[in-house]
Design a protein around this ligand. Structure first.
Ligand code: BGC
Length: 743
């Protein structure tokens, strides 16, 4: 038996050795081809490869007179934003010019923001993260890649993995929440989903980790604002998802618009060269965000276009998205001796390598008949429905939900987002079609028991002062047995350039809820939003709140499944909901301070006008059943540095319906050479439990889970005492303690 095992190990190692020598050989073949090409290129052709221009909205005249001639002369390496009906055909047309008519035949690479779906629009990324379901999120990315690649795209500007702790920032919707550990797992899952197992597979896309780095830390949540954070915060909070994405094989990265500690990210050699290349060994290329190289002039970091270009490329930014003036100034910088052509060669080398690696030279065209076959299929739509349901978080339930279909004679559906397709799509849904979306009103109508009357009133707009619709809404509420209020934010209020200084329910929506409540009809709120909102009043005044985010095209069916109990909600928040805006930034993994908040002591860290805790903490979410946590066990109370220990706990479904529970593992290092957060998420598992069923969860606490950057910024474990929790959220759970001793 033993010798058999050894033999199979030998076979595995031999196979691995063959595979890795094959891929090394492939790499060296690519290197040779790239070097041969570079040797033939003029300086202008090299700079052309570094140029990425937007093609979105180009008319026929621009296409004929500017774009096609530019491709022909090798003046552009990439386009972004190719959209519209005949995308595959246009792609092939442009590609044909690049491959068959330009001097060196270098194919274009086409990029697009495939953020949460191409045509099959899935929930926004923040919502997806609340599912804590990495496999499903990966599947959604693979579907998006299949649809987008069939439409002619090669490359997605996703995943967006900026940690965000400030809900004023509109782009919080695009990321995976506030926690670096969870976001890192989603980063890797998305990269694998987009890129698949074979980079040359025509149904995969090259991924792009963005925005490198710390864009989520803009001051006061104000879009494009300054970022000034410590090196520790950068490394502990903002960089881990990027490291995870690079380790998962992401082929490209995008810079951020912001400066960090005085240096704009698109010209920051510490980020792009030191960390990314030298420390992490990244081999792909970096694209700047839209015009951000040129914008280094406004930042006050570059003197003029030429200087911005030199600073960008020297720092390690290989492709300039737009920044046309900077690109155009680049050749002269070389001629004037301000930049060595070798730096340009290296940038072009990286870009060409990726073009080879994803198979563009071998297979530059797309099959124009494919899109119809792979787009919006039944399977794709089923994944959209499942991911939407799993992303919903039940914030409050006094027992009103699930609704009992057969007991309702009249149901009132009220609110500006109930009979609404556009806003279900969320931010960054340019390639989607709102006509594909099923409204929440229609979803409910499709599932309600025959004979139940469904009444609808819009009530008001998402964001206006008009109360004209109130009277009808009140009439509906008065005659209904129950009211579903679908309120919140439009997609428009989220995303890039949509920071808000107030995160309450926009417009007159709160007043509408007050009036509906006054009718005495019970209300379940379905909250549509791309960010946490300040909804303390709702928490105090309505019996049930389900946050459904911007759920994508299957909004209606997914919400109805959940309201009627055909699906038991299992999502947990990946971002903290504050009680008031004044608490922001508020996040679960904060420090303890020297005077931790204490009700009885005024001179502790808190506010005088609001409780210090959030309205809903990270990790929180209810179910239609109840889960009991018991029997926490640690297999060792003491371990040496480098050793592991196992924590187990029993989770029991004590209610009377089946449900899923996201069980979370948290640690706290109680004393260290630098202070550590009160809790840090270190693991989780999603359990399915039938009524009365108990399952034991088990987590291994490894060296990696205990490590942190010490006072010398070295990543290691220090001896000392640790707390551990197996918990349903970031503020409760079963608590244990163990000690790590020096070797
Ligand atoms: C955004 C990027 C996006 C790019 C291309 C920029 O404004 O910041 O996230 O990928 O536009 O659309």
């Amino acid at each position: 038996m033993k010798s058999k095992n050894i033999l199979s190990l030998v076979v595995i190692f031999a196979a691995l050795a063959i595979i890795s020598s094959q891929s090394l050989a492939k790499d060296s073949q690519i290197d040779k081809k790239v070097n041969d090409l570079i040797a033939k290129m003029t300086l202008e052709e090299k700079v052309g490869q570094m140029a990425q221009y937007t093609i979105h909205g180009a008319n026929d005249i621009e296409l004929e007179n500017q774009i096609k001639p530019l491709v022909k002369k090798g003046g552009v390496g990439s386009f972004l934003g190719l959209a519209g009906k005949n995308t595959p055909e246009l792609r092939n047309e442009l590609q044909k010019i690049a491959v068959e008519q330009s001097r060196l035949g270098i194919p274009l690479i086409l990029g697009y923001d495939v953020i949460h779906g191409y045509r099959t629009m899935f929930p926004i990324p923040l919502a997806q993260s609340c599912s804590w379901n990495l496999d499903l999120a990966q599947k959604a990315a693979a579907i998006a890649a299949k649809e987008a690649s069939a439409a002619g795209q090669d490359w997605t500007f996703a995943p967006m993995i900026d940690i965000a702790r400030d809900p004023r920032w509109g782009r919080i919707a695009e990321g995976f929440g506030e926690d670096p550990y969870l976001c890192s797992l989603f980063a890797a899952a998305k990269v694998k989903g987009f890129q698949g197992d074979d980079l040359k597979d025509p149904s995969s896309l090259a991924a792009c980790l963005k925005h490198f780095a710390a864009y989520g830390a803009v001051q006061a949540g104000r879009e494009y604002h300054t970022v000034d954070i410590s090196k520790r915060t950068l490394w502990e909070t903002y960089l881990p998802p990027f490291k995870a994405g690079v380790d998962a094989g992401a082929l490209t990265l995008m810079t951020a618009f912001n400066e960090i500690n005085g240096i704009p990210a698109s010209g920051d050699p510490y980020l792009l060269n030191d960390i990314l290349r030298d420390q992490w060994g990244f081999e792909g290329f970096v694209v700047s965000d839209y015009n951000s190289v040129f914008q280094m002039i406004s930042h006050g970091y570059a003197e003029d276009a030429g200087d911005s270009a030199v600073k960008g490329v020297t720092a390690g930014c290989e492709m300039f998205m737009e920044s046309k003036a900077s690109i155009e100034a680049l050749p002269q910088q070389v001629k004037d001796g301000k930049l060595s052509e070798k730096v340009i060669d290296e940038a072009v080398r990286r870009i060409l390598k990726i073009k080879y690696r994803i198979g563009l030279f071998e297979n530059p065209y797309v099959d124009t008949t494919l899109a119809d076959k792979v787009t919006l299929t039944k399977e794709n739509i089923a994944v959209a429905r499942q991911l939407a349901r799993e992303s919903f978080v039940l914030l409050k339930n006094d027992g009103l939900l699930p609704l009992k279909k057969n007991k309702i004679k009249t149901i009132g559906i009220i609110g500006p987002l109930a009979n609404n397709k556009d806003d279900m799509m969320g931010t960054w849904a340019g390639s989607g079609d709102p006509n594909d979306a099923v409204t929440i009103l229609d979803g409910i109508k499709q599932q309600i028991a025959p004979g139940t009357q469904v009444l609808y009133a819009k009530g008001c707009d998402v964001d206006s002062d008009s109360t004209k619709g109130f009277a009808k809404a009140i009439k509906v509420a008065v005659v209904s047995d129950v009211v579903i209020m679908v309120i919140g934010e439009s997609a428009e209020l989220n995303g890039e350039a949509h920071s808000r200084s107030n995160i309450n329910l926009p417009g007159v929506q709160r007043r509408l809820v007050e009036l509906v409540k006054a009718t005495g009809t019970p209300i379940a709120v379905v909250l549509i939003t791309g960010r946490p909102l300040t909804i303390s009043w709702l928490e105090e005044n309505v019996p049930a709140i389900l946050v459904a985010w911007h759920p994508g095209i299957q909004a209606g069916p997914a919400v109805a499944d959940t309201l009627f109990g055909d699906f038991n909600p299992s999502g947990k928040l990946t971002v903290t909901f504050p009680r008031t805006l004044g608490q922001v930034p508020i996040f679960y993994n904060h420090k303890n301070t020297g005077r931790p908040a204490n009700k009885k002591d005024r001179y502790t860290s808190k506010y005088i006008d609001v409780h210090w805790t959030p309205l809903y903490p990270f990790g929180y979410g209810l179910s239609y059943t109840k889960f009991d946590y018991s029997n926490l066990k640690l297999n060792k109370k003491k371990i040496k540095i480098g050793d592991s220990l196992i924590v187990t706990a029993d989770i029991t479904n004590t209610g009377d319906v089946a449900g899923e529970e996201i069980v979370q593992l948290y640690l706290q290092d109680l004393f260290a050479s630098v202070t550590r957060p009160v809790r840090e998420l270190k693991g989780f598992t999603k359990l399915k439990l039938n009524p009365g069923q108990t399952k034991t969860v088990s987590f291994v606490i490894t060296k990696e889970r205990l490590s942190f950057y010490n006072d010398k910024m070295k990543y290691l474990v220090e001896p000392g005492d640790f707390k551990v929790w197996v918990a349903p959220d970031s503020v409760s759970g079963l608590e244990g303690k163990f000690t790590v001793t020096a070797n």
